[in-house]
Design a protein around this ligand. Sequence first.
Ligand SMILES: NC(=O)c1ccc[n+]([C@@H]2O[C@H](COP(=O)([O-])OP(=O)(O)OC[C@H]3O[C@@H](n4cnc5c(N)ncnc54)[C@H](OP(=O)(O)O)[C@@H]3O)[C@@H](O)[C@H]2O)c1
Length: 329
Amino acid sequence: MKALVVQQFGAPETLVIEERPTPVPSADEVLIDVHAAGVNFPDLMVIDGTYQILPPLPFIPGKECAGVVKAVGSCVTSVKPGDRVMMQIEYGAFAQQVVANQINCHAVPDAMSFPEAVAMGLSYMTAHFALVDRAQLKPGETVLVTGAAGGVGLAAVQIAKALGAIVLAAVDSPEKAAVAKANGADHVIDTTVADLRNALREEVFAVTAKRGADVILDQVGGGVFDACLRAIAWCGRMVVIGFASGRVPEIKAGYILVKNIAVIGLQISDYRDRQPDRFRAMRQELLDLYSAGKIKPHVMATYALKDAALALNAVKHGKVIGKVVLTTA
Ligand SMILES: NC(=O)c1ccc[n+]([C@@H]2O[C@H](COP(=O)([O-])OP(=O)(O)OC[C@H]3O[C@@H](n4cnc5c(N)ncnc54)[C@H](OP(=O)(O)O)[C@@H]3O)[C@@H](O)[C@H]2O)c1
């Protein structure tokens, strides 16, 4: 089988395509023929060696894929050869074939394409866990989402809307603003304004009767995070999801005390490994929202495995609206 391989940590261009032996599933594992693999911002950090969990070199990156079951181990009961499944794994998805434990495989509905299945994977699960498990979002609350047209961001806009929230979307271009609105955002905030620190709070206060945002999902960090923190409501919850801007922000503890706020972390792969049953249940909740027509992943483009650097660079430069997907079949 063909696979993208990290031989040395570096930019997306350093990935090489290699011929690798087909992996053999152990007793609890499932082997699939991969049709689509999702590209996520954390893949960039895995490939350049700055991510928190790194396998030994050389390795195949990629955290999610969807395809058809080819073979199963002797103890596998949940799927059988020929089933359409999606998988969530730590690495290895950027290949024509992958094995994963059966607990990490989930059926793909007949009506859902493989690119859609992976586009509704890590991004939607991150957004859902952030809103429901971490922020304990209640209907009618106001949610501010940063990076709102990207993978996690657009998922968060759709899910928050589906759960009855008022959604404020922070983005850096008119094109992204239009997409956020089309996907359910009630109000859009431009993060490119000169005085974001004051402007963001003024705008959030203007549309929340000076209350502020009850829940903030931040994936950008840096100055966007700093500005968002000033726009949070009393007893608000800020979920720290990522630092796409490159700067990890710092918070003065007094600020948390004075406004009775909670600053909450989220690391989605911990749920996959520590609470696989909750992880599976949440994936089903997302599929139910999809079947009900309340959420729909947006696949901006698909790329062949050999063009993975183009897809990864689109993510690196913040150009992706929704998701980019690698296809391998
Ligand atoms: N905690 C977790 O478990 C977890 C899981 C998945 C992803 N993440 C994190 O969530 C964030 C989003 O991931 P994603 O896969 O959704 O990525 P994505 O689709 O590329 O979205 C990232 C967004 O960040 C914004 N951004 C601001 N500065 C940027 C920069 N210098 N380079 C690139 N983007 C920049 C962009 O929106 P604007 O240009 O509109 O600001 C972009 O749409 C990343 O920080 C990622 O590490 C965390």
